[in-house]
Design a protein around this ligand. Structure first.
Ligand SMILES: Cc1cc2nc3c(=O)[nH]c(=O)nc-3n(C[C@H](O)[C@H](O)[C@H](O)COP(=O)(O)OP(=O)(O)OC[C@H]3O[C@@H](n4cnc5c(N)ncnc54)[C@H](O)[C@@H]3O)c2cc1C
Length: 280
């Protein structure tokens, strides 16, 4: 029986494992990670710049070097037993007293011509990560719902030359920005994105931020009966969910989607988990 199984080997999961390394713990992760898509991170303490995959590699390696067990196994489901949990993966079934969900939050890509070619080269999925590249520049924000509004608030710190592209959807908000409701056909550029083509027009932009729908729902949490809102797992001050013994940290609980925030959550969650283990 493990004291804690950590689902997710990104910054939140690995950092929590470092705080809990004196307990009997297991980290379960997948090859794909929120960091995979990051070309260069330039806002992290201690690094001039580092690529996402390299940071992930070093994170997992440093945990393993400290004796922490990190298995690449996808978790299929988590079941609540009387006073512990059963974690079922593609390879095994494990038992544990507590679970930490640190499953991240994949951003939804747009299925449009040119989107994947310019992703990271003018098309961005994270305003707080990349907005500062576009100080006073003309940018597009793609989306129409509450997620788009959240991203807009961040982007306004960098530029007010923002055009909102709803890609055919209606917008229920009154906004002081031009709104293009036509369907997007293609993202165009040479080395970097510089135009967005819609059914009727072509718009010149320096960059585009995608905030379509909600970042993907957390299926494991939902299956366990964990309360989520806008696909964020709801946690209390101890990072515990409504299911006692299940904790969550990082992008999956919402807030700023940043590595430093995920690391801070890891500290809070590890304190919560240690308290819980002490009290049972
Ligand atoms: C394009 C882009 C650019 C970004 N730029 C920056 C930046 O410059 N600076 C910055 O600080 N942040 C940046 N971020 C945000 C940063 O990547 C995230 O905030 C951070 O990775 C969150 O860490 P996490 O541990 O919560 O989630 P993740 O890093 O996403 O890790 C989640 C882990 O859970 C695993 N997982 C999910 N489901 C399962 C399952 N069922 N079974 C097993 N494992 C599972 C995943 O495989 C992954 O290993 C960027 C994000 C994107 C997408």
């Amino acid at each position: 029986m493990f004291d804690c199984i950590i689902v997710g080997s990104g910054p939140a999961g690995i950092q929590t494992s470092l705080y809990l390394k004196h307990k009997n713990i297991l980290v379960l992760g997948q090859e794909t990670n929120g960091l995979n898509d990051l070309d260069l991170i330039k806002n992290l303490y201690g690094f001039d710049e580092i690529s996402g995959p390299e940071l992930m590699r070093r994170g997992i390696l440093s945990a393993q070097n400290q004796g922490i067990l990190v298995n690449i196994e996808s978790v299929l489901s988590i079941e609540k037993m009387n006073n512990h949990f059963k974690v079922i993966t593609t390879k095994n079934t494990y038992e544990t007293l507590t679970v930490l969900l640190a499953t991240g939050k994949p951003r939804i890509p747009l299925k449009k011509k040119g989107f994947l070619s310019f992703r990271g080269r003018g098309i961005h999925m994270c305003s707080s990560c990349d907005g500062f590249f576009y100080k006073n520049k003309k940018i597009a924000l793609i989306g129409s719902g509450p997620y788009m509004l959240e991203e807009l608030k961040v982007l306004e710190n960098f530029t007010t030359d923002i055009t909102i592209f709803t890609d055919g959807a209606d917008v229920d908000y009154v906004l002081n920005y031009p709104i293009v409701k036509e369907e997007i056909l293609e993202f165009i550029g040479e080395k970097r994105l510089n135009k967005i083509e819609t059914i009727n027009n072509t718009y010149e932009v320096f960059g585009a931020f995608c905030a379509v729908g909600f970042p993907q729902a957390n299926d494991l949490a939902l299956k366990l009966g964990i309360i989520t809102e806008n696909s964020n797992i709801i946690v209390d001050n101890n990072y515990e969910t409504n299911i006692k013994g299940v904790f969550a940290a990082g992008d999956c609980i919402g807030g700023m989607m940043q590595i430093t925030k995920a690391l801070n959550d890891a500290l809070g969650a590890s304190i919560g988990i240690l308290d819980y283990l002490r009290n049972i």
